[in-house]
Design a protein around this ligand. Structure first.
Ligand SMILES: Cc1ncc(COP(=O)(O)O)c(C=O)c1O
Length: 397
């Protein structure tokens, strides 16, 4: 009954873990989840009001497949200001969430056999999306030595005549680390030698940064790459609108048009009221975002202090997003009451069983030896979770 394509589709790796966490919670356990990939604060007030207004005013019918003109204009203006380039609303396509926009981007650019370079650790969905398009994900492993970022040398090593695309994500899910403009310039220098390679810049966390208004971008470092770069972003993380489902991309007209056709024949569009809410979030949300970011930065700093006290863990300071990426490999080979911790999956499962704390194993992001912890939760809960992790690691022998 089921197609080969669907048969080979792996379920989202975090699902089993969150199902287990939910089951434990329903049995009355006090489970703390550090595994979620969304802000814990509410959608910006101004966006909520705009969404409600849109419904009340009857703005609940179809929009053009590439998005409301007002929204494309707001996106074009914001991105032009961010990157110091001029984008027109025609160079924008909006669809039902960043994930679907990426899916459409890959479906419309990748032919069977094409290779896509994905720096690891990576967001779990990239390799699957490439496979669904018949492409071959080429994971370029970037270790702690490279600060988990692809370097010009690693990039060069993975480029072949079959390379069609590279996907960059800064700040990164899962590490929270971002590329500097100089690092991006170094990558651009190599990419100039390969003029047929497309670039997707997944900027979904680019405003959730602490030291500057917006993360550095490859098109700031190398505006000459514009004709083959797709800039992707969305409302989910920045405005805490994960459930509203609005994402977008800006790029070369031919690619944007192909994506819009693809979107129009599949999901049609992003929800109309969500699009109106996003117009307001972009145009009026800066103040509220600033407040949310101050809180997030405090959590990062306090969380880092607490995590650094846990012996057996090593953790760096993330530049943005809301993830810590500690090295837990010193726990490997040790045992919890006879149960050996061989890898990050064992670590996560045993931690959940014993201390009721849910974290995501690093191996799911393509790099063993780490776990991803979200700090998008109240400080007291985060401290309690880290205390439990400390107890867990201390009890390993
Ligand atoms: C790196 C990255 N890109 C894209 C997305 C897509 O987000 P959404 O589909 O909610 O816009 C996510 C969500 O987790 C992400 O972490």
């Amino acid at each position: 009954m089921i197609s080969d394509r669907a048969k080979n589709l792996k379920p989202s790796p975090t699902l089993a873990l969150s199902a287990k966490a939910k089951e434990l919670a329903s049995q009355g356990h006090d489970v703390i989840s550090l595994s979620v990939g969304e802000p814990d604060w509410d959608t910006l007030e101004c966006a909520k009001r705009a969404g409600i207004d849109a419904i009340v005013k009857g703005q609940s019918k179809y929009t053009p497949s590439n998005g409301l003109p007002d929204l494309r204009k707001a996106i074009a203006t914001q991105t032009s200001n961010d990157l110091g380039l001029t984008f027109s609303p025609d160079e924008v396509t909006v669809s039902a969430g960043g994930k679907y926009v990426l899916f459409a981007a890959i479906q419309t650019a990748i032919n069977p056999g094409d290779e896509v370079i994905i720096p690891a650790p990576y967001w779990v969905s990239y390799p699957v999306m490439v496979e669904l398009a018949g492409g071959r994900p080429v994971c370029a492993v970037c270790t702690e030595r490279e600060n988990f970022k692809i370097t010009p040398e690693i990039l060069r090593k993975h480029l072949t005549p079959k390379t069609k695309m590279i996907i960059l994500n800064s700040p990164s899910n899962p590490t929270g680390l971002m590329y500097s403009r100089e690092e991006l310039a170094g990558l651009a220098k190599v990419l100039r030698e390969f003029p047929d390679v497309l670039i997707i810049s997944d900027d979904i966390y680019n405003r959730l940064v602490f030291e500057m208004p917006v993360a550095p971008h490859i098109l700031q470092a190398a505006p000459d790459l514009r004709a083959r770069t797709l800039v992707m972003n969305g409302a989910s993380k920045t405005y805490s609108m994960t459930g509203w489902r609005v994402g977008w991309a800006l790029g070369p007209m031919a690619w944007i048009k192909a994506m819009t056709n693809y979107e129009s024949q599949s999901v049609s569009q992003a929800p109309t009221m969500s699009q109106w809410a996003t117009v307001t979030a972009i145009n009026e949300g800066a103040g509220e975002l600033k407040t949310a970011l101050q809180e997030l930065k405090t959590r990062r700093d306090r969380g880092l202090q607490e995590l650094s006290k846990i012996s057996g863990l090593r953790v760096g300071k993330p530049d943005g997003a809301f993830y810590f990426w500690p090295d837990i490999s010193s726990c490997f080979g040790r045992k919890y009451i006879g149960r050996e911790i061989r890898n990050s999956s064992d670590f996560s499962t045993t931690l959940l069983d014993v201390q009721k704390v849910a974290v995501v194993p690093g191996i799911e992001f393509g790099l063993e030896g780490y776990v991803r912890l979200s700090y998008a939760l109240k400080e007291e809960r985060m401290k309690e979770a880290f205390k439990r992790m400390n107890d867990f690691i201390r009890e390993l022998n």
